[in-house]
Design a protein around this ligand. Structure first.
Ligand SMILES: [Zn+2]
Length: 142
């Protein structure tokens, strides 16, 4: 997929641009990860560069389970940006107590149900301007 840089809706995932580049690097390896505060031990979603509970800025990266359940979802059938196939299923997937806003891929919109088990399947999107691959969290029905 290619398009003008001026309308690029995706984050620059490289550590050169993004303090949370580790999240995207792990996602490209098929791992869903987040930060765990070195001060109080809490995990956060989304990953954070500082802890909202104890204000520490020391953290470790930890992997989350690769499966979760559909907490809520909606189906977008029109108005998708050029280059995106529809219908697109957007979902909040519960993973290890965290609510992950995500996309359901390879799912039949008429068969998605609340509580359904889904498995991580990162979605490769347009490469960054230097040609590095970029990924978004996505899940597929189990
Ligand atoms: Zn903390």
């Amino acid at each position: 997929m290619s398009y003008f840089r001026a309308i690029d809706p995706f984050p620059l995932e490289s550590p050169d641009w993004n303090k949370l580049g580790e999240f995207y690097a792990r996602l490209g390896q098929g791992r869903l990860s987040t930060t765990r505060c070195a001060g109080c031990g809490r995990t956060a979603w989304p990953p954070r560069a500082f802890c909202p509970e104890c204000c520490s800025d020391r953290f470790d990266w930890v992997d989350l389970p690769s499966e979760g359940t559909v907490h809520a979802f909606t189906v977008q059938e029109t108005g998708l940006p050029a280059g995106f196939d529809g219908p697109r299923i957007f979902a909040i997937v519960k993973v290890h107590g965290h609510r992950v806003f995500s996309i359901i891929v390879e799912g039949d919109p008429g068969r998605i149900t609340l509580g359904q088990r889904v498995s991580l399947k990162p979605l490769r999107i347009a490469d960054d301007p230097k040609g590095n691959p970029r990924w978004l969290p996505a899940f597929t029905p189990v």
